[in-house]
Design a protein around this ligand. Structure first.
Ligand code: SAM
Length: 267
């Protein structure tokens, strides 16, 4: 698929809305540790139980009857790809984080899954990844301001289907009350899964989607989760107890999960 630069107003909106999440300089300057990042303990595949009723699993398995290989883009610890074996016969994990790729490799070996991994950033290093039957990309796109080339490279690598899973609202929107409480600032309310759909439709992809209500998946009292949220809030470790209390006070952290898929058509 070939796209022109800035051809899609939806893509401009996506990138502008993501930019609004930038943390104000004066707060960032006080952060003792980098606020962004994906702790291995949180994203380890062996620590995550796949949701058997997930629409993503259903539409992914549909095209793997009889087997097939899977490329998991932004695999983290590999929860999305490894949940597909069987029927998938091979999983290729793609991620920039060496620690997460090592966790993916360890869990894949432990489960006896044929696998390989590629260290890189999508789409810059997409040429390092093979074309496969199914490309999956779960909970990554809110990290990607330049969304069109990212999507096009997903499409280019799939023979049968691309499946993207994302939360209906930005995954950090649940912590807006904490930003108000600790720093007195408001956080943005976008982009959303609808904005992502607009990007895909602007590219002319024949997408389908499904959504499912899911309770907030993390145990709010888990020290690993508390430390991750505290780092995201640019606070020092001494404030973990306060963050734990603030997390316990949150009313509703639920977020819908949206599955979007399309079957590439090659000209
Ligand atoms: C929230 S985690 C999700 C991990 C996994 N897909 C899952 O559902 O458990 C986001 C992952 O995307 C990766 N990531 C972020 N931007 C990326 C990019 N441009 N290319 C490839 N991976 C990326 C991160 O390193 C991280 O492992």
């Amino acid at each position: 698929m070939v796209i022109g630069p800035g051809s899609n107003p939806g893509a401009r909106r996506w990138s502008e809305r993501l930019r609004e999440w930038a943390i104000p300089e004066e707060i960032l300057a006080q952060a003792p540790e980098p606020p962004w990042g994906f702790p291995t303990a949180v994203f380890r595949a062996s620590a995550r139980r796949p949701d058997p009723d997930s629409p993503s699993l259903r539409v992914e398995r549909e095209v793997l009857a009889g087997g097939g290989d899977v490329l998991d883009v932004g695999c983290g610890g590999g929860a999305a790809g490894l949940a597909l074996v069987p029927p998938a016969t091979q999983v290729i994990g793609f991620d920039p984080s060496p620690d997460l790729l090592a966790a993916f490799e360890a869990d894949a070996s432990e489960a006896g899954v044929a696998h390989s991994s590629v260290a890189g950033t999508w789409p810059d290093d997409a040429a390092e990844a093979p074309s496969v039957d199914l490309v999956v990309c779960h909970h990554v796109v809110y990290n990607v301001p330049s969304i069109e080339p990212f999507v096009v490279a997903l499409d280019d690598h799939a023979r049968r289907r691309v499946v993207v899973e994302l939360t209906a609202r930005h995954p950090l929107s649940a912590t807006a009350p904490l930003w108000r409480r600790f720093w007195g600032i408001e956080r943005p309310d976008g982009p959303t899964a609808e904005d992502f759909l607009a990007v895909l439709q602007g590219l002319g992809l024949g997408v389908r989607w499904d959504r499912r209500r899911r309770p907030f998946v993390r145990d709010r009292s888990d020290p690993v989760h508390i430390a991750m949220v505290r780092r995201q809030l640019c606070l020092p470790a001494e404030r973990d107890d306060e963050v734990a209390r603030a997390l316990a006070d949150l009313d509703d952290e639920s977020n819908e999960v949206v599955t979007i898929w399309w079957d590439p058509t090659r000209a």
